[in-house]
Design a protein around this ligand. Structure first.
Ligand SMILES: [Zn+2]
Length: 370
């Protein structure tokens, strides 16, 4: 059966392996592909610093009409595991993997949409302002590529990340700041039966500190969790070391940082009171953003969705995407749903109808941008 070009493109893309840190061959393939379509492709030199398999690519399509602000689209080129040897199959107009790997619609559906958009613009002579396309490696392992990307290279002030699951129509207008905490608590070992008073139990210290904390749902936008706790050697030894991992997240960056501060204070104060010590390393996994209906990107996406008769849904995400990075670097960027489901699993799938709808949305965004 003859397939639509965007489906053929998608299949071509997922057949090239690009698990995180091994994006090199796929990124080289994309570089050539965008160049062949007539775009100017710039490759940054961030791979030395990031340790990823590829640099970021910034591809530019020159404008064909004036008076329109530049617009960018961004997708990530890496995939999670198992992503080697993907063999897509089509059943009832839905794309699946063969069950042994992910499908990698996250985020190769987005890249297929970009490539289809460019070809549609060219074939239909759609007048457009400058369009920029960012292809980032290492997204799945902590937004690493986008984080290293120099956003001042972009002429666009606004953009869309094409990397959210669920039916087309959702605009991710808010996403949390996510902080990870690695806590190492030191006590003092002693025999638990002979001389417990000479010891400082790291386990007791951790327990008291954790009991002081507000955890779970803090408010409508903020949550906190102790994820793991490991320590101790035997029941007759006062444990001298415990390792705790924890997180806090909030749509409000300030609320997240306040929660983190309180958790750190609980550990430090308890350690001081009990004669133990604590070392804490904080890892900011993403910086939150919040867009309102008044923001240009939200207005633009809403208008474009309405024009293609697609119901609009404003979504608050629980996790981060490259949109978090772009927003934290001063760009205004929303993440758009492009139809894939069950990401990061062997059951990941993509309805072809959704893929086609996402292409229509991208074309409409280009037509509507002012
Ligand atoms: Zn993704």
């Amino acid at each position: 059966m003859e397939q639509k070009r965007v489906v053929e493109t998608f299949i071509e893309l997922v057949k090239i392996d690009s698990e995180s840190k091994n994006e090199g061959p796929f990124q080289a393939f994309l570089k050539e592909k965008f160049e062949r379509l007539g775009l100017e492709v710039f490759e940054d030199q961030t791979k030395k610093q990031t340790g990823l398999g590829a640099n970021n690519l910034l591809c530019r399509l020159a404008k064909t009409k004036g008076g329109v602000r530049p617009l960018f689209f961004s997708c990530h080129v890496d995939t999670v595991s198992p992503g080697i040897g993907i063999e897509p199959i089509i059943k009832d107009n839905i794309l699946y993997s063969n069950g042994e790997t992910i499908l990698a619609a996250d985020d190769k559906a987005g890249i297929a949409i970009m490539l289809e958009l460019i070809q549609r613009i060219q074939e239909e002579n759609i007048p457009h302002g400058e369009l920029e396309f960012v292809l980032s490696p290492g997204e799945e392992i902590g937004l690493v590529g986008a984080n290293a990307f120099d956003c001042t290279l972009l002429n666009s002030e606004i953009g869309f990340v094409l990397d959210n699951g669920g039916p087309v129509g959702s605009i991710t207008v808010a996403s949390p700041t996510l902080m990870g905490l690695d806590v190492k608590i030191k006590g003092k070992t002693a025999h638990a039966g002979l001389e417990p008073e000479k010891g400082v139990s790291a386990i007791e210290l951790a327990s008291i500190a954790i009991a002081k904390m507000k955890l779970g749902r803090i408010d409508s936008e903020t949550t906190a969790n102790i994820g793991t706790i490991n320590g101790g050697i035997a029941s007759n030894i006062v444990a001298d070391e415990v390792k705790v991992t924890a997180e806090a997240r909030s749509i409000s960056h300030e609320a997240c940082m306040k929660q983190v501060e309180e958790m750190i204070a609980a550990f430090k104060d308890t350690a001081a009171a009990m004669g133990g010590s604590v070392t804490i390393s904080q890892d900011k996994k993403s910086t939150g953003y919040r867009l309102t209906p008044e923001h240009t990107t939200v207005k633009l996406a809403t208008k474009a969705l309405q024009k293609i008769d697609c119901p609009v849904n404003y979504d608050v995400s629980g996790g981060g995407s490259d949109a978090n990075i772009f927003n934290s670097k001063g760009k205004e960027v929303a993440n758009l749903s492009i139809g894939y489901e069950k990401i990061h699993t062997l059951e990941e799938y993509l309805p072809i109808e959704e893929l086609e709808k996402a292409v229509e949305l991208a074309v409409q965004l280009v037509k509507e941008v002012e």
